[in-house]
Design a protein around this ligand. Structure first.
Ligand code: C5P
Length: 300
């Protein structure tokens, strides 16, 4: 009986999310610049006949589905099917990434489970194969495996790794209720009706700011095309953004499709003071600080 394999996987923030027009398949082409930040879930895989079985403990654990809609279970099933073996595995998720949405917590669990099962079963899958399965699981899942910083194109799953010349300090505010990613994209489409949507492209200023580790340049370059749609569906997020801005954030934006909001701080101390101000602002449920980039899914 093996002792099991534990994989640690980071959360992400999107420092640029450029969204193109809806494609015939319903997805949107993106230029999606991901940064992995130091908030982590840990996924432990152990042999368990009749699996996959998923359990979860930690922050927001009660909100995590434990059935086969969980990306961790789907990752185990996809790998087992590929290698013609039963998915006899118990996946335990120690959850610290807020379930609020916009930080890729579910994607992290998918990538973590995939890497953990791969190690537990000794499948010998190549990195490319694992990335291919990640892309089938969801648009953000490949980045959870890779970590660091990367530009995602296509629907966000085709990754080019990026150089980052420093550490960026962030504050994240979790909203009191969720937002559905498909609903935010649908709202984007509604708001875009009758307008010409340009091809999404990565901002050269943003890539240069990341490469230099220049926080002020990054603050000037961050953008999120989904932000108007998220604010349209969840107008109170504007109060959280204003509170972070008033507390001295260099940049304030919705993370991905939201509703988590992200605040770029000039240094670690400023991040803590922005976090304190947000905690007392009465505009959010929980506040966390984290720095990035950090590595992707890692076997402990
Ligand atoms: O790929 P993932 O399952 O994370 O996508 C969730 C939903 O977000 C999709 O069903 C789609 O509605 C929307 N989406 C999109 N374009 C993308 C990524 C996601 O429209 N590039």
């Amino acid at each position: 009986m093996s002792a099991g394999v534990t994989v640690r996987v980071p959360a992400k923030v999107n420092v640029q999310l450029a969204v193109g027009a809806a494609r015939p398949d319903g997805f949107h082409d993106l230029a999606n610049v991901f940064l992995a930040v130091g908030l982590y879930d840990e996924v432990t895989a152990t042999e368990s006949p009749g699996g996959p079985r998923v359990t979860c403990a930690g922050t927001d654990a009660g909100e995590v589905p434990l059935d086969r809609t969980n990306l961790a279970a789907r990752a185990a099933l996809a790998l087992a099917e590929r290698y013609g073996r039963p998915a006899d595995v118990h996946l335990h998720i120690a959850k610290d990434i807020p379930v609020a949405g916009g930080m890729a917590g579910g994607s992290a669990d998918g990538a973590g489970a995939l890497l953990a099962c791969d190690a537990l079963w000794g499948t010998g899958a190549s990195r490319e194969e694992l990335l291919g399965i990640c892309a089938e699981l969801g648009s953000d899942v490949p980045f959870s495996l890779v970590g660091g910083a990367a530009l995602g194109t296509g629907r966000g799953e085709r990754l080019t790794e990026l150089e980052v010349g420093g550490t960026f300090h962030w504050v994240f505010a979790m909203a009191p209720r969720g937002l559905s990613t498909p609903a935010v994209f649908r709202e984007f489409d509604r708001l875009a009706e009758g307008r010409d949507i340009p091809e999404p492209t990565a901002s050269q200023d943003l890539l240069a700011a990341l490469a230099k580790g220049d926080v002020d340049a990054l603050a000037a370059a961050v953008s999120n095309d989904l932000q108007p749609a998220a604010l349209s569906l969840f107008p109170e997020l504007a109060d959280t953004l204003a509170a972070g801005h008033a507390a001295g954030a260099a940049a304030s934006l919705v993370s991905g499709s939201g509703p988590t909001t992200a605040f770029l701080a000039r240094d670690a101390d400023t991040a803590e003071s922005i976090a304190d101000a947000l905690r007392t602002s009465d505009t959010c449920r929980t506040v966390r600080t984290a720095a990035g980039p950090v590595p992707g899914a890692t076997v402990l």
